[in-house]
Design a protein around this ligand. Structure first.
Ligand code: NAD
Ligand code: TYD
Length: 351
């Protein structure tokens, strides 16, 4: 493994992973292959932009010709696929691009991996493929997938195709399923950066429903660490969950965030819930721990560190929260916020 193509490498987790790889492995070359959708951002990669081992191609993973050209030109031996449309709320408004990229695009990459006999195809997946998980249980890798949003269904479909290429063509694949990532460079449509940046500007924080949904927030660099471990020590054909084993209610997350950036909790608004909102995700992480990994940050540490990063890096997010973002914000939140209520709900276990 020397020449790695990171598809979706200009997005949030992909760019953190590219920086991680180039810092850790002096002998690796990394090609970022990214379409630069609204979520792709070359500012994320400024730290490595002058590194001769870093290359960038702006193309779509659905374009088989461009994928083949990039693999040949950069002598790629490994693909790590982060490319996807990733926001559940946008998948509810318009699922089309989600299906295109995650279903058809993943197929294109798998075909290329097969044709060029790559050493490894690694798929970045999500805990959302398991669907809502009742209290008292944590998802294991061989549980059935039960996706409930168009986003989750597009990701589960990709996982099934990756597995089919392993079984049918003996393609050397691995899959990791991560929980909610937070940290530097996350597009401010996702809840933690949206709330951090809104709070810094004194804007309301639109909490969906009662805010008691449970998520397993993890620091993005811990996730990168685990992906790296699976790439180098994982068993071919296997799936690995990556999380913290620690979940919390969204309202707890909001309180930790507001404390970290010293903003008042009266910004919290309860707004109309997301349709089909999965109440709880929870991952069993015994399998990745058995490989020798464990998270370095608790969810609370990750939330506080992320809040502080957004407070310290207005240069990064201010230019994003203009233009098309504001149109999206009005569509998603305008009416909801006009009908919202201030919070009188206390989170149950964080005071
Ligand atoms: P992101 O939205 O920040 O970035 C996605 C990147 O993919 C962008 O750079 C975008 O330009 C690129 N892209 C989209 N469509 C493309 C296409 N057709 N061709 C080439 N590039 C394309 O996403 P993220 O949060 O960094 O997520 C990365 C991956 O991790 C996704 O596969 C996502 O499903 C998965 N994941 C995310 C989380 C999370 O909490 N963010 C958790 C678990 C898994
Ligand atoms: P999100 O960051 O969209 O990730 P996902 O839905 O993929 O888990 O949302 C995380 C949680 O925060 C989820 O329970 C939905 C909730 N949420 C809000 O309450 N308000 C918001 O404005 C957003 C974007 C999310």
């Amino acid at each position: 493994m020397h020449n790695i193509m990171v598809t979706g490498g200009a997005g949030f987790i992909g760019s953190n992973f590219v920086i991680y790889l180039l810092n850790k492995y002096k002998e690796y070359n990394v090609l970022v292959y990214d379409k630069l959708t609204y979520a792709g951002n070359l500012d994320n990669l400024l730290e490595v932009s002058g590194d001769p081992r870093y290359h960038f191609v702006r193309e779509d993973i659905c374009d088989a010709g461009s994928v083949a050209q990039a693999i040949e030109k950069y002598k790629i031996d490994t693909i790590v696929n982060f490319a996807a449309e990733t926001h559940v709320d946008r998948s509810i408004l318009n699922p089309d691009a989600f299906i295109q990229t995650s279903v058809y695009g993943t197929y294109v990459l798998l075909e290329a991996a097969r044709r060029f006999c790559l050493q490894r195809y690694h798929q970045i997946s999500t805990d959302e493929v398991y669907g809502h998980i009742p209290a008292g249980y944590s998802s294991k890798e061989d549980d059935k997938v039960d996706p409930r949003s168009p986003y989750a269904a597009s990701k589960a479909s990709a996982d099934l195709m990756v597995n089919a290429y392993h079984v049918t063509y003996d393609l050397p694949v691995t899959i990791t399923r991560g929980s909610n990532n937070i940290g530097p460079f996350q597009y401010p449509e996702k809840v933690v950066p949206l709330f951090a940046t809104n709070a810094i500007d004194g804007e309301p924080l639109p909490v969906y429903g009662d805010g008691r949904q449970m998520r397993e927030y993890q620091y993005v660099v811990d996730h990168c660490d685990a992906i790296d471990l699976v790439l180098h020590s994982g068993t071919i054909g296997e799936i690995y969950n990556i999380g913290t084993g620690l979940e919390m209610e969204n309202l707890q997350m909001v309180e930790i965030l507001l404390q970290a950036i010293d903003c008042p909790r009266d910004l919290i608004r309860h707004v109309k819930d997301r349709p089909g909102h999965d109440r709880r995700y929870s991952l069993n992480i015994d399998k990745i721990k058995a490989l020798g990994w464990q998270p370095r940050h608790t969810p609370a540490e990750a939330i506080a560190a992320t809040g502080r990063w957004y407070a310290d890096n207005e240069w990064w997010w201010r230019k994003i929260k203009h233009g098309a973002f504001q149109d999206y914000y009005e569509t998603q939140y305008g009416e909801r916020l006009r009908q919202s209520t201030a919070s009188n709900i206390q989170s149950s276990s964080y005071e």
